[in-house]
Write a protein that binds this ligand. Structure first.
Ligand code: NAD
Length: 486
């Protein structure tokens, strides 16, 4: 197998060697072989990247261009990516273990989402003039400035588009840092944007791990941090940003509850839980990791959830028949197996899974796993595992179901499964999470997405995903100046 070596960083419009020789090895989660290498950018590289972004924002043409021109250029870059999508999908399969059949459908969704951002940006007025008792008043939407965008590994290419395109279209400059586990797939995107004519310094790419991310977040040249990752890292970043009041958007972890009502359609539940609890090998922030079912039907629903878990074909992600690949890394595999041991030690009953599948000696595989338990205070019910592990909890009445769902530090996603629309609406309105789904598991790129409580601050996607990169300015005008801002 060929090894993809990237030995440069995108800084100020040029692909430059890093200032020191440190490297990150990218390891295939299915073969455990090294499949790539990227620079481990140091503080000097970060400083140069932020400096280039700062220069581009303060003195460059990008944010001064008409919005339509920025849209046209970004569209050109997204179009240029089209022929590369199959090879990017292969890269994502290799880097993170996403099954090839799924990657072939998911990766083309990234430029499609990018185009949606561009259309949405065109619908938002850049300025509005209000008639107020104090005279005409303009409210201007201006780009927030230099954005430090940091991503995790669980949806690498799609997330790069989601973080970079909305920031760029508003006129911001960006320094993007992918996860060290999956840094390879963003290079074609950066190349396409550069080739389309993005002015130097508007997009910068630094690869690295935690220390690179920390240097980026702490840099005084950064105006806004757009972070997706763990709640622990988010907390650390929020503290760093507090020093300079750096604008902050945090998309963090979750422990989402799916509430199954007594009248739910079993086939719909199995489909929703399969996708929601075990899709992407459970490495989904919005995963339904707690499934709340009526106590008097407990065995029936436990069986349904077990059927959902066992509906997957776990194996080599390059095999088109595979529907569940490995976890992204040895560390993540060990973390998930650790939580399975904790669950057993806490007294939860292991119903299926619980270890590595037979016959897969190499690779970071864990079987889809279901626990039965009746105590939501257990660690496996409170802490995010980020693997294919679901817990089925009983409730006696709706009030108790809602209490259990809310008994979580997180507030990212949740669901209700029922055939009664009134009951669906009641449950939806009673749960405080940023996103909620009825009879489904959906990642909806057309609408805002984000969390309450420890799941984060702010929203990505939809109109809110564009507005996240705006800073509002209010200008108290005179009647003579008002027409200049209309
Ligand atoms: P992580 O927090 O360890 O790392 C995420 C990214 O942040 C990586 O690029 C990493 O190098 C960088 N990083 C880590 N610590 C940092 C710090 N102190 N300062 C700056 N950068 C730092 O998370 P992960 O293990 O890569 O990803 C899994 C987590 O991401 C899960 O908790 C999951 O729920 C969350 N996630 C959330 C969403 C969402 O939209 N809410 C989406 C996907 C993943």
């Amino acid at each position: 197998m060929t090894i993809t070596v990237r030995d440069t960083l995108l800084i100020g419009g040029e692909w430059r060697k890093p200032s020191a020789g440190d490297r990150i090895q990218v390891v295939s989660p299915s073969t455990e072989n090294v499949l790539g290498q990227v620079p481990d950018a140091g503080a000097d590289d970060v400083d140069m990247a932020v400096g280039a972004a700062r220069e581009a924002f303060d003195h460059g043409p990008w944010r001064r261009m008409p919005l339509q021109e920025r849209v046209t250029l970004l569209e050109r870059a997204l179009d240029a990516l089209e022929p590369q999508l199959p090879s990017i999908a292969e890269l994502v399969t290799a880097e993170m273990g996403l099954p090839s059949a799924i990657a072939a459908k998911k990766i083309p969704g990234a430029p499609a989402a990018g185009r949606l951002f561009l259309r949405t940006a065109l619908e938002i007025p850049e300025s509005e003039v209000l008639q107020t008792p104090y005279g005409p008043t303009a409210v201007l939407r201006e780009p927030v400035g230099v954005v430090a965008a940091i991503a995790p590994w669980n949806s690498p290419f799609n997330m790069a588009v989601t973080k970079i395109v909305p920031a760029l279209v508003t006129g911001c400059s960006v320094v993007y840092k992918p996860a060290p586990e999956t840094p390879l797939d963003v290079f074609p995107l950066a190349e396409a944007l550069t080739a389309a004519g993005l002015p130097p310094g508007v997009l910068n790419l630094v690869t690295g791990g935690t220390s690179t991310g920390q240097a980026l977040v702490a840099h005084p040249g950064v105006d806004k941090v757009s972070f997706t990752g763990s709640t622990a890292a988010g907390r650390h970043i929020a503290r760093t940003c507090a020093d300079r009041f750096t604008r902050l958007q945090l998309e963090l972890g979750g422990k989402s509850a799916a509430i199954v009502l007594a009248d739910a359609d079993p086939a719909t539940v199995v489909r929703g839980i399969a996708m929601g609890s075990f899709g992407n090998t459970g490495q989904t922030c919005s995963a339904y990791s707690r499934i709340l079912v009526p106590a008097h039907q407990y065995d029936q629903w436990l069986e349904a959830v077990t059927a959902a878990a066992q509906s997957f074909t776990v194996g080599d992600p390059r095999d088109p028949a595979t529907t569940m690949g490995p976890l992204v890394s040895a560390a993540q595999r060990d973390r998930v197996l650790g939580y399975i041991s904790v669950g057993k030690a806490e007294g939860a009953r292991l119903v299926c899974g619980g270890g590595a599948p037979e016959g897969l000696e190499r690779g970071y595989y864990v079987q889809p796993t279901v626990f039965a338990c009746d105590d939501n205070s257990l660690r496996i019910c409170q802490e995010e595992i980020f693997g294919p592990v679901a817990v089925v909890l009983p409730y006696t009445d709706l009030e108790q179901a809602l209490r259990i769902a809310e008994d979580s530090p997180y507030g990212l996603h949740g669901a209700v499964f029922t055939q009664d629309p009134q009951a669906a609406a009641q449950v939806t309105r009673s749960v405080r999470t940023g996103t909620f789904s009825v009879n489904s598991f959906v990642h909806n790129t057309h609408a805002p997405f984000g969390g309450m409580k420890a799941s984060g601050i702010g929203r990505e996607l939809g109109r809110a995903g564009i507005e996240a990169f705006h800073e509002l300015r209010t200008v108290n005008l005179t009647p003579e100046t008002a027409p200049l801002f209309g």
